[in-house]
Design a protein around this ligand. Structure first.
Ligand code: NAD
Length: 368
């Protein structure tokens, strides 16, 4: 597919315009898989999709000298939702920070106002053997949704270098406004309401003022959600509880930096980076959907990548962007069936014959 050229996959009553940011490395392979799965689920549920690819990351640098061309931003803003593969690779690692492929990720998040990051971490029963935790700890599996604030806090605060009492020093500042906290906390309560109705708010209120404001606002908003059980947990304890007893968590809400760290910890205990999707949402909720892994340059172009994280990102898009619950669940259950049947891509094969990216995609489509 050429950049900017739309392909109408299905003509039907509903038609969603999806911007495709395939990016670098395995990005094109895994996004193509998700597009095929969306096409198949669309046929089944009478949903049409118009897919339009735009350049991002290293391929955009090669084509037009910058990682996030204006045309890409405009295309994304005009789309109903965005599916992203991954960006980056050794070819562009020598470039200065502000023109690196990864810079495009921050740019597109800012341009679309994506303040919420939803990262599910679920242990699939068929993949229990992949989990690095002891068998008795994960006997009941776990299914956690981390709601991370994505556009505020210390990653966006004032920073710099200065001359201090002991010479050169550096500083970064954490600050959160009531508005920023309220909107992410509301997303978390709404998310909990659609799941097992349990919310854990993670902070460092014994030390940080921003955490004390965070906690106060969580308690204020909790009054509006009497059906959701809410508790506070300090971040150091949360890091420990995630490996001690992960099944105690349903929805977690936390700040940008704590969420960054805890969501990586949670993804690791599922045992497999090739399985985990994510959603980044703005007020409109339509947002951007992408696997949590990177561009895997070591296996790029070899038809070896596990497409499931991107396929599940497409399932999240159907649920969160378009409210197509049945179609979303059909994809999730097709993935479950394929794993239960023992099919694996190379990252999970360990001794059994590995399916290629396209073969795994075929199996998911067959299971739909
Ligand atoms: P990575 O996630 O790309 O790869 C880590 C390891 O996991 C590799 O061995 C890779 O082969 C494997 N892996 C990842 N996804 C897989 C999949 N779907 N199927 C099978 N195996 C998979 O992380 P990295 O190697 O640290 O980074 C590579 C590049 O990706 C870097 O340029 C980095 O900046 C970029 N990156 C991009 C994003 C993004 O676009 N959101 C996120 C992280 C890293």
């Amino acid at each position: 597919m050429q950049k900017g050229k739309s392909v109408l996959h299905e003509v039907s009553m509903k038609n969603y315009k999806i911007g495709l940011l395939k990016g670098d490395g395995i990005g094109p392979e895994i996004v193509d898989s998700a597009v095929r799965v969306l096409g198949a689920v669309g046929k089944k549920f009478d949903i049409g999709f118009t897919f339009t690819p735009y350049l991002i990351g290293g391929v955009a640098i090669d084509a037009c000298g910058k990682p996030l061309p204006d045309e890409t931003v405009e295309g994304c803003l005009a789309s109903d939702s965005i599916l992203l593969g991954a960006v980056g690779g050794p070819k562009w690692d020598v470039l200065p920070g502000n023109v690196r492929p990864e810079k495009a990720l921050l740019g597109i998040r800012a341009a679309m106002g994506l303040f919420t990051n939803l990262r599910p971490a679920k242990l699939y029963p068929a993949l229990k053997g992949e989990c690095p935790l002891r068998e008795d700890i994960v006997a009941n599996g776990f299914d956690i949704m981390i709601v991370r604030e994505l556009t505020g806090g210390i990653y966006f605060g004032e920073r710099g270098y200065r001359e201090g009492k002991y010479g050169e020093e550096a500083y970064d500042t954490e600050s959160y406004s009531r508005m920023e906290i309220e909107r992410i906390v509301r997303v978390a309560f709404e998310t909990a309401r659609k799941r097992r109705k349990k919310l854990t708010s993670i902070d460092k209120a014994n030390v940080l003022e921003t955490s004390r404001l965070w906690r106060k606002i969580v308690h204020e908003i909790a009054v509006e959600y009497p059906d959701v059980e809410v508790s506070d947990m300090l971040v150091d304890n949360a890091a420990m509880q995630l490996v001690r007893n992960p099944s105690q968590f349903d929805v977690i809400v936390t700040s940008n930096m704590f969420g960054d760290i805890l969501s990586d910890e949670a993804s690791q205990i599922t045992g497999s980076i090739g399985m985990l999707p994510s959603a980044s949402l703005n007020e409109g909720k339509r947002g951007l959907y992408e696997p949590i892994h990177g561009s895997a340059p070591d296996i790029a172009g070899q038809n070896k990548a596990n497409p499931i994280a991107t396929v599940l990102s497409a399932a999240m898009m159907l649920l969160y962007a378009f409210d197509e619950k049945d179609a979303s669940e059909a994809i999730v259950s097709a993935v479950d069936k394929v794993l239960e049947a023992g099919y694996r891509t190379a990252d999970l094969a360990h001794g059994v014959p590995a399916l290629s990216t396209t073969e795994m995609t075929d199996k998911i489509i067959e299971a739909l």
